[in-house]
Design a protein around this ligand. Structure first.
Ligand code: SAH
Length: 247
């Protein structure tokens, strides 16, 4: 794997990146680079847009309070999105921010908020989720941003799953068993969606509804009840080990 340097600052730019182009910086990006990171003219940084890979760029002052990024060269090719998706019951602010950042670090291909009966908050703002996803990607050298899907209720999430999608239902009430072995045994052909419930867990009626679905694997994360944000990380680790890019 191409090792990338975490020491150099990385910036997400929502614009096409072409070598030799100069991209004017938005005011808040300018402030962050010039004043927070105290970059001077000619300073080097890495930029990515989630589509074209990662480029070396130079910070170029274009005025007292303005600058542009000069795209110098491609340093890392774009990575694929992967096939492990995270569906989760929205959590309260700080834990949700944590879960989104960890899901990006763990290579989630998409983030799908799913309202369940015990979900305590709803009406998540997509741009807030995206901002946390970008922050994690910038910090950890992630090139492929997850797709942030619109919040939906559990029944419509189940009803609108892609055809060859398998659902790994992480149920705090499931019998203990090896989740990695279970996923490997299932020899999953296409995408895998992981479903994590809310702080209050799933209701029995929801278990029945989910278990009636086809291509559902009900999994335990062990004898302890994990906090939802912890469970998301554990579930992503299990999935990446069983069928993803860990090991
Ligand atoms: N009350 C705690 C935990 C609630 S359980 C909290 O405040 O977060 C939250 C979700 O994490 C569950 O619905 C399930 O999806 C997952 N989870 C937690 N422990 C689990 C376990 N041992 N096995 C499978 N899933 C688990």
């Amino acid at each position: 794997m191409a090792r990338y340097e975490l020491a150099t600052h990385r910036l997400f730019i929502d614009a096409p990146l072409e070598v030799g182009e100069r991209i004017p910086l938005e005011p808040d990006a300018f402030n962050r680079l010039a004043h927070v990171l105290r970059m001077g003219d000619g300073a080097r940084l890495l930029v990515f847009n989630g589509q074209q890979g990662e480029f070396e760029a130079q910070f170029r002052m274009t005025g007292k309070k303005s600058a542009a990024l000069e795209v110098v060269t491609l340093v890392r090719a774009q990575t694929g999105q992967g096939r492990i998706h995270l569906a989760f019951a929205p959590l309260k602010a700080a834990r949700l921010d944590y879960m989104v950042q960890k899901a990006v670090e763990m290579g989630a291909a998409s983030l799908q908020p799913v309202r369940t009966r015990r979900t305590q908050i709803s009406g998540l703002r997509r741009e807030k989720l995206l901002a946390h996803a970008i922050e994690a990607a910038e910090q950890c050298g992630i090139l492929a941003l997850p797709e942030i899907r619109p919040e939906t209720a559990l029944d419509s999430f189940l009803a609108t799953r892609e055809v060859n999608n398998t659902l790994a239902f992480f149920d705090e009430g499931a019998e203990p068993g090896d989740p990695v072995a279970a996923l490997r045994k299932a020899a999953i052909p296409g995408a895998l969606s992981l479903l994590i419930g809310p702080e209050g867990g799933f209701e029995e009626a929801e278990r029945v509804m989910i278990s009636r679905e086809k291509s559902v694997i009900r999994l335990s994360l062990g004898p302890r009840i994990l906090r939802a944000d912890t469970a998301a990380v554990a579930a992503l680790t299990v999935a990446q080990v069983a069928m993803g890019d860990i090991g």
